[in-house]
Design a protein around this ligand. Sequence first.
Ligand SMILES: [Zn+2]
Length: 105
Amino acid sequence: MSTPPETLEELLTVTSSNSDRVHLALVLHDVVAPHTLCRLSVISRMPVQRFQAAGCVACAEESLQQGIKAAVEEGHAAVNLERFVRRMRPAPEVRGPRIPRQPTG
Ligand SMILES: [Zn+2]
């Protein structure tokens, strides 16, 4: 009975205690998990703020690791978590020296 969630109906934006960010929590059979993906207690499933504006990066990264690429924001469109993480944490630029390939033999 533990199939990984695949549909985006199973990930909701929520609020948590001790945090003014918008977090993510899994939903199973219409019941919101007691903890967010970054392991805080879920307080409400109706965040005042938008995830794009005040989302929790730890939650977004955790959901991407679990293979969930979008979350449902109640009353709004789905949130693209890949784009969110990329915006919050731009990939470090690779500026190393070019290593020329040496022909072998
Ligand atoms: Zn979080």
